[in-house]
Ligand binder design. Sequence first.
Ligand code: PNS
Length: 159
Amino acid sequence: MKIAICPGSFDPVTHGHLDIIRRAAAMFDRVIVVVMTNSNKVPMFSREERVDFLLRATRDIPHVEVDTYGGLLADYARQKQATAIVKGLRAMSDFEYEFQMALTNRKLNPHVETVFLTTTAEHMYLSSSLVKQVAQLGGDITGFVPDCIVEDILRKNGR
Ligand code: PNS
């Protein structure tokens, strides 16, 4: 069985993330979406909230599971016997950082390959940070995130 991990902060999950998760689910037997800590970012949503958003947003995607882990991705991949870490690449600006993480993860766990899926043109510009900024400043976030979490994001921003 080929197991893949889709790791990220998912703060919050966007249509761009869901596109990558759907495509990974078509390539692997089992896909584990794991909410992790990015030490460079201060999240708006708790890990529990982010897991809940993902559970609701991925309900209709077969053989996708949602989990959370506070440690190293390389260790998590080992525990789950995953053969791949799937990440989305939007632009060259993502590349340097993602490349560095992929090489670090390979050093820490040589049994797991990082696989990059290029984002669809439609989601090229989309990021969780952008969604949070738009929400904080009173803009319309429908179309950026799944409908089932729009209210939660607005509520968190006092709307
Ligand atoms: O969605 P993000 O913020 O780009 O995801 C980055 C994330 C959470 C996948 C990365 O920070 C990570 O792997 N965190 C877990 C801790 C870890 O393994 N750090 C070393 C990465 S080389």
